[in-house]
Structures are given as structure tokens and as C-alpha cells.
Design a protein around this ligand. Structure first.
Ligand SMILES: O=P(O)(O)OC[C@H]1O[C@](O)(COP(=O)(O)O)[C@@H](O)[C@@H]1O
Ligand SMILES: [Mg+2]
Ligand SMILES: [Mg+2]
Length: 345
């Protein structure tokens, strides 16, 4: 019998009291995810419908965004958390004043997919709360992603999965209705280094900067281009699902900044989307950047900051950085390809 989430969390914590609090929070989140999954399965026509409002990032709020926010806020209230920062709420919510942890959350990732019955998810990031944060709570969610104590995401798909890391490998758990909880599916995932698939919303091609266009052009040229091999493309529209696929079989995900109004830093949010995904990816041996800088090294200015995001197989993510950092090499690129080793597969 595979080991349970509970047993895994106990083994990760040892006698470390802070880790035990992180584990308790993850346990509560897992309970909330099962609750939300049951609501999703029960359905009802209204879940994908707009509620007539927008969230702090300006996205139209769907019914299920708000239900998910409520379900996870309840779980947060039962956890050792001092603050709760959500995509669906303007400011951080103060919880237990003396608690040592804070959590940032995207309660429902992939909102545009709700009514189409495509996988959606919940993404969470658990951070420490120090004395400096109690003195100035506005700084709680301005901590770098490298300070995360635990992070992960749930996928509500054909299976209910939890992908999570407490800094010691990235592990996957599946909800087993028979067992009545989550059991281990994969332990210490290692992302393969060679990418064969890429994920990007190519409808934005005309809005991208030249380095991103050139990178994607070279992927599309396949065996007839400088990479001298073919690549497959996937874009689910729910980052959690794209991320899980990359954890399993490698590849690269890009949501770069682009020329559309409000998209200079892309669409994804640093604190509750990019940071937790980067934490899981890097703990699985992959890499996550904003194109050049490690996501986990970026100091957020606020809870809802956006960031360009590139993550996946390490070598491929590093290759994107070379396209961005060396535009002169791009200008010199031979139309016959292959003259510059920089861009070869
Ligand atoms: O519709 P686009 O521009 O392709 O964006 C899709 C991306 O936006 C997201 O849906 C953003 O998350 P939310 O649904 O939480 O706003 C990602 O899951 C996904 O990768
Ligand atoms: Mg999201
Ligand atoms: Mg969301």
C-alpha cells in the first residue's frame, strides 16, 4: 500500500515545530481540496458563469472562483496562519495574530476552463512570518519565493492530485476515495533535461518581443531548423495541468510579457502562481525564470504583481535566457541556421 499524505508529512517534519505547522496547513488544504472537488463534481450550471465583478488583477470573477476562495479561506482559518493572501481578494486577510506562517493562494487556476470540463486547480505558497512582518504586515507577501517553506498545487481533473514540496523533493499524491485521503503516487520527481514539448499561447505571437518569437520560430522549424529535431506543442490554459505534464515528461512553459495593454509582464502572478510553481519545478531539478532571472530570487512589490514566466526542463529554460540576453547573436543568425552553436539543439 502506498504511503499516505499524512505519513509523508510526518516524515518530512521530524521534530521541527515550524515544519509541523506547514504540514498541518497542507493537511487542511488537502481537506479543502476534496470539498471543492465534490462541489465541482456535483456541478450546477452556474459555476463557470461570471458573477458581474472583477478581482484585484482585473479578471472577471466566475462563480467557482468565489466558492474556491471561500473554501480555502475556511481551511486557512483552521490553520496556524497569520495572513491569507488570495488572487480573489484585494488585500491580505489577517488571521491568527501570533501565528508564524502566511499563505498566498490562487484558489482556482484555469478559470477560463471551468465550463469546458478541462482540468483546473488551486495553487498555494506558504511563507514564514517574522517580527519585521508583524511590525509592517504589508511586507509579508513581499518575500522572495526562495523563502517559501512549502508550496504546491491541486489539480481537479480526471484524478484529484496534489503536487507539493517542502524543499526536499517534489512529490505527488492522489486522492483515493476508497482510502478516504491522499496517497503517494510519485516521490521525488526528476524532470528530464531534454525538452520535446513546449507550451505557449501562440495566438499572442504578434505581441511578443523578438527573442521570444525567434525562440518559438526555431522550435516550429523543427528538424528543418537550427534545433534539427521536431517539437510538439501543448497549451491547456490551466497552468497547473501544463506544469504537471512538464514534471512528468519534461518540456517548457512560457508566458512572456507582450505588447498588449497591461501585459508588459505577462499574465501570471508572482506570489501565488509563479513562486509556488517555481518551487515545485526547482525541487524536481527543473528551472523557473522570468526569462533571465530566477523567479525565486525576485522581490515582489505586492501581492498581485505579475511576472513573465518560463519554466521546465533546465537546459531549455537556459536556452530561452540566451535568446533574450544575446540579441546580437540573433541578428547574426545565419538564414541557413546552425552557424551559431548557441542555438543548436
Ligand atoms: O488565456 P491565456 O492568456 O492563454 O492564459 C492562460 C493562463 O492563465 C491562467 O488561467 C491564469 O490563472 P487564473 O485562471 O487563476 O487567472 C493560467 O492557468 C493559464 O496558464
Ligand atoms: Mg491562476
Ligand atoms: Mg485563479
Amino acid at each position: 500500500m502506498a504511503s499516505s499524505l499524512d505519513a509523508h508529512l510526518r516524515s518530512e517534519c521530524g521534530n521541527d515545530p515550524l515544519k509541523q505547522q506547514v504540514a498541518e496547513t497542507i493537511r487542511n488544504l488537502a481537506g479543502a481540496a476534496v470539498k471543492l472537488r465534490n462541489k465541482i463534481i456535483a456541478g450546477g450550471d452556474g459555476m463557470g458563469q461570471a458573477r458581474g465583478g472583477t478581482n484585484a488583477g482585473g479578471d472577471v470573477q466566475k462563480e467557482l472562483d468565489v466558492i474556491a476562495d471561500r473554501v480555502f479561506l475556511e481551511a486557512a482559518e483552521a490553520s496556524p496562519l497569520a495572513y491569507f493572501g488570495s488572487e480573489e481578494q484585494e488585500g491580505a486577510v489577517a488571521l491568527k495574530p501570533d501565528a508564524s506562517l502566511a499563505m498566498a493562494i490562487d484558489p482556482l487556476d484555469g478559470s477560463s476552463n471551468i465550463e469546458t470540463n478541462v482540468s483546473i486547480g488551486t495553487i498555494f505558497s506558504i511563507l514564514p512570518v517574522d517580527e519585521e512582518h508583524r511590525a509592517d504586515p504589508s511586507r509579508v507577501f513581499r518575500q522572495k519565493g526562495s523563502r517559501q517553506l512549502g508550496a504546491g498545487f491541486f489539480i481537479y481533473g480526471p484524478q484529484l492530485l496534489l503536487v507539493m514540496s517542502m524543499g526536499n523533493g517534489t512529490h505527488v499524491f492522489i486522492f483515493s476515495p476508497g482510502f478516504g485521503g491522499f496517497v503517494e503516487l510519485k516521490t521525488s520527481i526528476a524532470i528530464v533535461d531534454k525538452a520535446n514539448e513546449f507550451a505557449i499561447n501562440a495566438s499572442n505571437y504578434r505581441h511578443w518581443d523578438q527573442p521570444i518569437r525567434s525562440y518559438v520560430d526555431d522550435l516550429l522549424a523543427g528538424s528543418e531548423g537550427p534545433r534539427e529535431r521536431d517539437f510538439n506543442m501543448r497549451w491547456v490554459g490551466s497552468m497547473v495541468a501544463d506544469c504537471y505534464r512538464i514534471l512528468l515528461r519534461g518540456g517548457i512553459f512560457l508566458y512572456p510579457g507582450d505588447g498588449r495593454k497591461g501585459y508588459a509582464k505577462g499574465r501570471l502572478r508572482l506570489v501565488y502562481e509563479a513562486n509556488p510553481v517555481a518551487f515545485c519545478i526547482e525541487n524536481a531539478g527543473g528551472k523557473a525564470t522570468d526569462g533571465t532571472t530566477s523567479i525565486l530570487d525576485i522581490e515582489p512589490e505586492g501581492l498581485h504583481d505579475r511576472t513573465p514566466l518560463v519554466f521546465g526542463s533546465k537546459r531549455e529554460v537556459e536556452r530561452v535566457a540566451r535568446y533574450i540576453a544575446d540579441p546580437s547573436a540573433l541578428a547574426e543568425r545565419s538564414p541557413l541556421f546552425g552557424k551559431r552553436s548557441l542555438f543548436r539543439a
